[in-house]
Ligand binder design. Structure first.
Ligand SMILES: [Mg+2]
Length: 340
């Protein structure tokens, strides 16, 4: 009997396809394994291609996210992958599976969220497909982007000694999810609102990604979608390096800290393994770190130095003076923790 998918895990599943996709089209510059595929269709620009699938009850509970939030979020998570390549987003295709009994007003909300986010970041919805999905809503968005050929930033470009930087806050989205799951009784309304907003309305860092790429400041880049440890782990794996992360230097928001204190939890865990922050994590040569920080400040962002790339494999976390390789490196759709 064939073993179940859960024995492979999400990344084992992707690897199954990656191994089979060896016969490369000459246009493929980067295939499976980065935030976007990179295609060379001629000329001085590269085409960036990415897709994301959101499923009701796996990624969202209809009661937790309004239709408009869902529309915004599905657009934002795709744009975040374009940002992670240093690209600019151009166009989107939407594939939609919806239960026939759904109210038209809900679909209009979804549309407004999608189109509003697209408009805010300068791209257009240019087509798609719809199907009846009695089991629950399915939203699949594909985004096409572009970047100058010599400015595309990959996960694989990290060098030993690179500083690992990110702009905060990290962990707010997971803290917001904690609230949606019923936690946080007694939290101040403004903290609650800020954390819920971070979870429901992530904003892709397209301007930052583009600026870092244009100035060639980042050797490697990824967006924080699965959790800091796991996402930095992807850079390490693709760059053939290891990294040490300083958990005491994480950019945590005051709201997340207050929620954690109230619940007897550690807000650093939300940043390390929570995911869905959609902030950029980038690796900068030591001599360019100050310039990268200046670029962040110019965009109204504060860069935090989280660690360094170095020899070895995987991500080690320094926390309260102790260094360890965390067993829980983030979310896996097919792993033991199952679908969220
Ligand atoms: Mg990504």
């Amino acid at each position: 009997m064939s073993p179940p998918l859960s024995s492979l895990g999400e990344f084992g599943l992707v690897a199954l396809f990656e191994r089979a996709a060896q016969a490369r089209h000459p246009a493929t510059r980067v295939g499976i394994g980065d935030d976007c595929a990179v295609l060379d269709l001629g000329g001085l620009e590269r085409v960036l291609l990415t897709t994301d699938l959101l499923l009701e009850r796996v990624h969202f509970e209809a009661a937790w996210l309004s239709a408009e939030d869902l529309g915004h979020k599905s657009m934002a998570v795709n744009l975040s992958d374009v940002a992670a390549m240093g690209g600019e987003a151009v166009a989107a295709l939407l594939a939609l599976g919806l239960p026939p009994g759904l109210e038209v007003a809900w679909v209009e909300g979804l549309r407004d969220g999608l189109v509003g986010c697209a408009r805010a970041y300068g791209l257009e919805l240019v087509g798609g497909d719809t199907v009846s999905a009695p089991g629950g809503a399915v939203v699949c968005l594909t985004v096409l982007g572009r970047a100058p050929a010599d400015e595309v930033v990959l996960r694989s470009g990290g060098q030993p000694g690179d500083r690992v930087l990110a702009t905060g806050p990290l962990g707010d989205s997971a803290a917001g999810l904690h609230l949606l799951r019923g936690g946080g009784a007694g939290l101040a309304p403004e903290d609650r609102a800020a954390l819920l907003l971070a979870h429901r309305r992530p904003e892709p860092q397209l301007a930052l990604g583009r600026e870092l790429a244009r100035r060639r400041l980042a050797h490697a880049m990824i967006d924080v979608s699965d959790g800091l440890v796991q996402d930095l782990g992807h850079i390490c794996e693709r760059s053939g390096l290891g990294a040490e992360l300083d958990a005491d230097g994480l950019p945590l928001s005051a709201a997340a800290r207050r929620l954690a204190a109230l619940e007897g939890l550690d807000a650093r865990d939300w940043a390390l393994s929570g995911g869905e922050d959609y902030r950029l994590l980038f690796c900068v040569p030591g001599g360019l770190a100050a310039e990268a920080e200046r670029v962040c400040r110019g965009l109204g962002l504060e860069a935090a130095e989280l660690g360094r790339l170095g020899a070895g494999r995987g991500v080690r976390v320094r926390r309260d003076g102790q260094v360890s390789a965390p067993a829980d490196q983030g979310f896996d759709h097919f792993g033991p923790r199952g679908a969220r």
